[in-house]
Design a protein around this ligand. Structure first.
Ligand SMILES: [Zn+2]
Length: 228
């Protein structure tokens, strides 16, 4: 079950990360009246998709993705969106200490009781990993009893082998329409995959329906903290 948190902070690098990974969850928090702040480090300006059929190009993509991000947040009723101002595919080259300081400043300002972010070592993309490391470092620097809980997204192929099954499962069929709307808002990136999922639903494939009703997270295991 989803707890009624004091403040939920979401820290992810790309517009659409939130809609794929936690739009059901965030919509539910908002329905419960929990404040949610989303820090999105980049505008996903290096994205490889331009819509299907294409309606964007390299030049117009940043503006389009910013608009899509805002629309997705509206769909989830998330009002506090902070643009991190970093560039897509460059986070791994950012100064680690500076990224950590930025996360620390958000924590200091917002005093979140829980942070949603990527799981270091199991989040595949170098930007995801850089963001994940900064979150761990910033939270680790706090006294243990002041640390927000970390609910982390892991999707590398070897995740289960190393850290087991996710311990948090949000089954929220009543919020499925919000997840769908959030994903639809990111049309430049999601048109193809959404088309396939909707086909699946029409053909009665249980996986496709389940996709819109379930989200999974790991509570970070500090006893196995391997972030430097
Ligand atoms: Zn991403």
């Amino acid at each position: 079950m989803l707890e009624k948190e004091r403040h939920v902070l979401v820290i992810l690098p790309h517009p659409d990360d939130e809609s794929f990974a936690c739009s059901l969850t965030l919509s539910k928090y908002r329905e419960l009246g929990v404040p949610v702040t989303y820090v999105c480090w980049t505008l996903g300006e290096m994205g490889r998709n331009f819509g299907n059929p294409p309606f964007a190009n390299r030049e117009t993509l940043p503006g389009i993705r910013k608009e899509e991000l805002m629309n997705a947040c509206r769909a989830m009723n998330v009002e506090d969106v902070r643009l991190g101002g970093l560039r897509d595919k460059t986070l791994e080259f950012e100064d680690d200490e500076e990224m950590t300081q930025k996360v620390a400043a958000y924590i200091d300002e917002l005093q979140p009781s829980v942070i949603y972010s990527f799981y270091p070592g199991f989040s595949v993309h170098p930007d995801h990993e850089a963001s994940a490391r900064a979150v761990i470092r910033a939270v680790r620097a706090l006294p243990e009893d002041e640390r927000p809980t970390l609910h982390l997204i892991a999707f590398a192929n070897d995740t289960v082998e190393h850290i087991g099954e996710p311990d948090i499962h949000h089954h929220l069929p009543e919020m499925a329409k919000y997840k769908q709307a959030a994903l639809e808002a990111h049309a430049s990136q999601t048109a193809l995959v959404l088309g396939n999922l909707k086909d699946g639903i029409e053909k009665g494939m249980p996986d496709a329906t389940a996709y819109f009703e379930n989200e999974y997270f790991y509570t970070y295991d500090w006893s196995n903290d391997t972030v430097e």
